[in-house]
Design a protein around this ligand. Structure first.
Ligand code: ZN
Ligand code: ZN
Length: 367
């Protein structure tokens, strides 16, 4: 990562950290211990599997990792690096003592009790830890150009993978066969790994919003495909429906209602709008069609280095949308004993509204 970009991110973290209300006796933290790997990657560019980042409120940053990553860290990271011979906690404790930090904010949603205990044993006696929650995750909501380009590439490849996989679709193929085809195609198109377990749900099983593909053979009827992959570290996410055979009118009507809801939610996206308002836009369309009770999840979610990030576009999310946020819009309806329909695009909030990145058609599709 470039020095400027890393310094900017670290400075923003330190600045936001000063506003934390959680400081003991009203005092802000003087340092931040970032243990969640996605957050470490965001702030430094480091992609290894073992690392902690110590950031001072003055903007100094030091990455701790182990000897497996000596070369990789030197290549990826531009801040100071400590290669710990033993447990990272020991080296971190020493560095905290040397720097004179006294109020260390730790990621409470991530640090396990065991890790917190190990760290506590290494801290200087006068040092205290303060709970840190969501600070880096909030910074991560707005993507810069480099991040948006990675998401764009990921989305384009994911859509191409669907087209290639659907060419292999034959009646009698199992759900797992098609899921494997999707994962394989994504890999061949440059993906590092699936962004989540690919969902292929046929017939009545499509009524399970997060169905795992199984031995079920794909016959005539509904087919729901939810797929995504990481490329250049960033996720894509898309759901498309295919009807195998001639689509009955009940399916056509429900599909049209979900598509109308999805388009209404997309039309509601612009900077300054609350995430909950976008959710409401989708929900109101489904209500008009008598399907609001069948819409059992939120309208979408942020995505980036993780497949599910802030904001969550649900009923109660008061996050105000801002230019550069990458989110999904994915209303769906699920009818037990019949099936489910969901349509999902990855979009980015622009200065005046939003741009739908997913190029795949949303016309009713049959094979
Ligand atoms: Zn999805
Ligand atoms: Zn999604």
């Amino acid at each position: 990562m470039s020095t400027t970009r890393r310094e900017n991110l670290v400075a923003r973290l330190a600045e936001a950290g000063q506003l934390l209300p959680s400081g003991a006796k009203g005092k802000a933290p003087d340092s931040f211990l970032i243990t969640k790997l996605d957050n470490v990657r965001y702030l430094t560019g480091f992609t290894g599997s073992n690392a902690t980042l110590l950031v001072g409120a003055d903007g100094t940053a030091r990455l701790f990792t182990d000897p497996r990553y000596t070369l990789q860290a030197a290549h990826e990271v531009d801040c100071k690096i400590t290669i710990a011979k033993g447990p990272l906690a020991k080296s971190i404790g020493k560095a905290i003592e040397k720097a004179g930090y006294r109020r260390i904010a730790v990621e409470q949603d991530h640090l396990t009790l065991a890790a917190a205990d190990a760290l506590g044993k290494q801290l200087p006696s006068r040092a205290e830890t303060l709970p840190l929650s969501g600070l880096v995750e909030n910074l991560r909501m707005v993507k810069d150009e480099t991040e948006l380009e990675a998401i764009r590439q990921s989305v384009i490849a994911n859509s191409e993978a669907l087209e290639q996989a659907l060419q292999q679709l034959k009646p009698g193929m199992s759900e797992t066969d098609l899921a494997a085809e999707i994962d394989y195609r994504n890999r061949r198109l440059g993906a590092e790994r699936p962004a989540f377990d690919t969902i292929v749900a046929s017939g009545e099983r499509s009524a399970l919003p997060h169905a795992h593909p199984g031995d079920t053979l794909i016959g005539s009827g509904i087919l729901l495909i939810d797929m995504g992959a990481f490329r250049y570290g960033y996720a894509s996410d898309m759901t498309r429906m295919v009807y195998v055979g001639k689509a009955p009118s009940k399916y056509k009507q429900a599909y049209a209602a979900v598509l109308e809801a999805q388009l209404a939610a997309i039309a509601a996206v612009k900077p300054g709008v609350k995430a909950s308002k976008v959710d409401k836009a989708a929900r109101e369309v489904l209500k008009k069609h008598g399907l609001e009770k069948e819409f059992v999840h939120s309208t979408g979610h942020g995505l980036g280095l993780e497949i599910h990030e802030r904001p969550r576009l649900g009923r109660k999310d008061s996050t105000v949308l801002a230019e550069g946020m990458a989110i999904t819009i994915e209303p769906g309806v699920y009818l037990e004993g019949w099936g489910g329909i969901r349509i999902e695009d990855t979009i980015v909030v622009t200065a005046t509204g939003c741009e739908v990145l997913t190029p795949t058609t949303k016309e009713l599709r049959t094979v």
